[in-house]
Design a protein around this ligand. Structure first.
Ligand code: AMP
Length: 121
């Protein structure tokens, strides 16, 4: 899939639309999800133009990968949820239910998050 520079997270990175930031580093931005699915629900995105985890893991530089992964842990520590635990999730493509075509991981926290997947069928 080709990267669409008009996706909503690209606009957030360019400062064209606002977000509620949690942290920003050289390689990543973390901000609160607009429609939280848990008491704490934060998105972490790389600053580079990558569609998904598939794209990122294939094409990002080692520095970008390290910077992004470190930002995920740093986000959890900034939220103060590392002791009680949290969930990191990234939807990829159609079957993954990905809506925004800029790589993002969801960080869910603040309660017992229950089973990993809802039952199908
Ligand atoms: P996904 O289904 O994994 O692509 O998740 C996309 C997420 O982006 C959803 O949880 C949305 O609520 C969230 N989202 C969409 N637009 C915004 C926005 N402007 N600011 C913050 N979160 C957003």
């Amino acid at each position: 899939m080709t990267y669409d520079p008009n996706n909503v997270f690209a606009k957030i990175l360019r400062g064209e639309i606002p977000c509620k930031p949690v942290l920003e580093t050289e390689y990543a931005l973390a901000f609160h999800d607009i429609n939280p699915q848990a008491p704490m629900h934060v998105l972490v995105i790389p600053k580079g133009a990558y569609v998904s985890m598939d794209d990122f893991s294939s094409h990002a530089t080692p520095e970008e990968i390290t910077g992004f992964i470190r930002a995920i842990g740093e986000t959890a520590r900034t939220l103060g949820v590392e002791a009680d635990g949290y969930r990191v999730l990234s939807n990829v493509g159609l079957n993954g239910g990905q809506e925004v075509p800029h790589l993002h991981v969801h960080v869910f926290a603040g309660c017992n998050l229950g089973p990993m997947l809802s039952k199908r069928g």
